[in-house]
Design a binder for this molecule. Structure first.
Ligand SMILES: [Zn+2]
Length: 267
C-alpha cells in the first residue's frame, strides 16, 4: 500500500514515527505550520520554526527516504496579537521560495474572533500575491460550523483565489457538504479521541464521495496517531472497498491537490 500523509506535525514526533510511517507505505509527509503548544515569545521564534520546517525536518525525513514538504503561516491561536502577526507575515516571503514549501497554512480560525479574521485575510492576500496553495484549519467543536461559514465567505469574496487550490481541513459531517459544494477540497482528520475515527471517516467518504477529499492524521504533541491514515485504509479494505478506490483516496487525491504546487515532486 502507498499513501501520502498530508498533515503531520513531525517537529513534535520522535524518529521512530518516521520509521513506522515509511514502513506502512508513506511516500511523502507534509507539515503545516501550527501552534507549538505554547505561545512563542517573538517573531524571531517563528523565524527559527520556519528554518526548522524548511531545513532540519526534511533532513530527518530523508533518513527514511521520505520527501518532506511544509506550509508556512502564523497559526490562528497566536493571531490574536496583531503586531506579532504582522511581524511574522513579513518574514514568510523570505522562506516562500524554499524547495519544500507548498503554500500558506494552516491558516484559519480558532475562536472566530475579529483579530483572527483580520490575520486570515492578510494570509489569503499573501497567498494570492505569491500564487500559493492554501491549507485552512477550521475551529473545533461548537465553533466549527460558524467558523467554516466565515472562512468560505471570506475566500469566496477574494476573486484571486481559486477554490480548487484551497483545502479546508478538519471537516465533519455537518461542514463537509458546505466545503465541497463551494468547490474547495476537504480534509478529514483522524484522531484517536477528538475529531474523527476511521469508521466515521469512511462513512463520510461513502456519503460525500472521494472526489475532493483526503485523509490526514494531524499528529502533533498531543494524543494522536501517525499511522491513522493506513489504519483507515485497512478499515476501507475490511468494508470491501477496492484497492483502486483506497489508492485514489489516500495517494492519488493528495498528489492531485498538492501537485498544483510546482515543488510537490515525488522522485
Ligand atoms: Zn495541524
Amino acid at each position: 500500500m502507498r499513501y501520502i500523509e498530508p498533515h503531520a506535525h513531525m517537529v513534535s514526533r520522535v524518529t521512530d514515527d518516521y520509521a513506522a510511517m515509511a514502513m506502512a507505505g508513506c511516500q511523502a509527509v507534509c507539515e503545516p505550520a501550527f501552534w507549538a503548544g505554547f505561545d512563542r515569545g517573538s517573531a524571531e521564534g517563528f523565524r527559527d520554526y520556519f528554518s526548522l520546517l524548511t531545513e532540519h525536518e526534511p533532513k530527518r525525513a530523508a533518513n527514511f527516504l521520505l520527501p518532506h514538504f511544509c506550509w508556512l503561516c502564523i497559526n490562528p491561536k497566536e493571531s490574536e496579537d496583531l503586531k506579532l502577526a504582522d511581524e511574522v507575515l513579513a518574514i514568510i516571503p523570505e522562506f516562500i521560495d524554499r524547495p519544500n514549501v507548498l503554500g500558506i497554512g494552516e491558516i484559519g480560525l480558532n475562536k472566530n474572533s475579529r483579530n483572527e479574521i483580520i490575520v486570515l485575510e492578510k494570509h489569503v492576500d499573501l497567498a494570492a500575491r505569491f500564487n500559493q496553495l492554501i491549507l485552512v484549519h477550521t475551529p473545533h467543536l461548537e465553533d466549527k460550523l460558524k467558523g467554516t461559514r466565515l472562512i468560505i465567505d471570506l475566500l469566496k469574496n477574494e476573486s484571486r483565489i481559486e477554490p480548487g487550490r484551497v483545502l479546508i481541513d478538519h471537516v465533519e459531517e455537518h461542514t463537509a457538504p458546505l466545503v465541497l459544494e463551494a468547490g474547495f477540497w476537504a480534509g478529514i482528520t483522524l484522531y484517536p479521541q477528538s475529531k474523527c475515527t476511521p469508521p466515521r471517516a469512511i462513512d463520510m467518504v461513502e456519503r460525500f464521495g472521494a472526489e475532493r477529499l483526503w485523509l490526514n492524521c494531524a499528529c502533533d504533541w498531543g494524543k494522536s496517531d501517525p499511522l491513522a491514515v493506513p489504519k483507515t485504509a485497512l478499515e476501507m479494505r475490511t468494508r470491501g472497498h477496492s484497492e483502486e478506490k483506497i489508492d485514489f483516496l489516500v495517494y492519488r487525491n493528495p498528489c492531485r491537490f498538492l501537485g498544483q504546487s510546482p515543488v510537490f515532486k515525488l522522485s
